[in-house]
Design a protein around this ligand. Structure first.
Ligand SMILES: NC(=O)c1ccc[n+]([C@@H]2O[C@H](COP(=O)([O-])OP(=O)(O)OC[C@H]3O[C@@H](n4cnc5c(N)ncnc54)[C@H](O)[C@@H]3O)[C@@H](O)[C@H]2O)c1
Ligand SMILES: [Zn+2]
Length: 243
């Protein structure tokens, strides 16, 4: 039997599936990976400046503009066939009384726009800015405002709602992702290199529980050795076939 048949059997046997996605999930929508996004006017900037609390404190205007730019870029693109296939899978599963949950490392909103309810945004969201001081959340449109707005409540600066290097993951998203992975009977890993911790420990947890893992990635990743089935190909090619 081919790998896709093996994977299809795992999907149809599962009653609680978790789909764990990374930057590769959105690549075919035209969202560049972090490093690939450092082109044009951003080419001279150090990624650590743009993605750390120290970088933020050293130049809030610059860091805010970078995320506002990325949020505007996401608004210009559409979910791809992979996002749509996952949303269809969840609808079909629900009709049979089964569950498909999405846990993503992505900060875009393409799963939601394809129709998936995202259970956990492990690395936050481009569209959930908040006050850096009192943490008051602001609505999504504020994320694309430039220059950087002040908090209407306390006057401190708004900050992007993404998780930077050295920061803790949002507590509720992390505990929900951990619970879902602990309780699932199939993990589908899509488009992640598996090197960003602690997110990458979720597939290790599934593996140590004996939960089968399907990986979708055109390249081998750090998670490939954990996979029961590796489907070599892109999210937009492979997920519609699998579903
Ligand atoms: N869209 C987004 O929201 C976005 C974009 C860039 C980076 N990030 C953040 O950067 C961090 C990077 O870690 P990561 O593991 O998510 O990404 P990564 O960039 O480290 O790895 C991307 C993985 O996707 C694979 N890939 C490339 N094209 C693919 C395709 N078309 N289909 C399937 N797989 C494909 C690559 O082989 C690689 O293994 C994450 O924390 C994430 O939050 C998010
Ligand atoms: Zn405030």
């Amino acid at each position: 039997m081919s790998a896709i048949d093996d994977a299809a059997r795992l999907v149809s046997d599962a009653s609680r599936t978790v789909v764990f996605t990374g930057a590769g999930m959105s690549a075919e929508s035209g969202i560049p990976t972090f490093r690939d996004a450092l082109t044009g006017m951003w080419a001279e900037h150090d990624p650590m400046t743009l993605a750390s609390p120290e970088g933020w404190r050293s130049d809030r205007d610059l860091v805010w503009s970078w995320y506002a730019d990325r949020a505007r870029q996401v608004r210009l693109v559409e979910p791809n066939d992979g996002h749509l296939a996952l949303a269809r899978l969840a609808v079909a599963a629900r009709i049979d009384g089964r569950a498909v949950s999405v846990v993503t490392q992505n900060v875009d909103d393409l799963h939601e726009r394809a129709g998936s309810a995202v259970a956990s945004h492990l690395h936050g969201s481009l569209f959930a800015p908040r006050c850096e001081s009192c943490r008051r959340p602001e609505h999504a449109d504020v994320a694309v405002a430039d220059p950087r707005p002040a908090c209407p409540l306390c006057g401190a600066s708004m900050r992007p709602g993404v998780v930077w290097f050295g920061e803790l993951l949002p507590r509720d998203d992390w505990s929900e992702a951990s619970r879902l992975v602990e309780e699932c009977d199939l993990l589908i890993v899509v488009g992640t290199s598996g090197v960003v911790q602690p997110a990458a420990s979720l597939p290790e947890r599934a593996r140590s529980n004996g939960t089968p893992i399907i990986e979708v990635n055109p390249e081998p990743s750090a998670l490939t050795p954990l996979a029961t089935v590796h489907l070599e190909g892109t999210a937009a090619e492979v997920l519609p076939r699998l579903v």
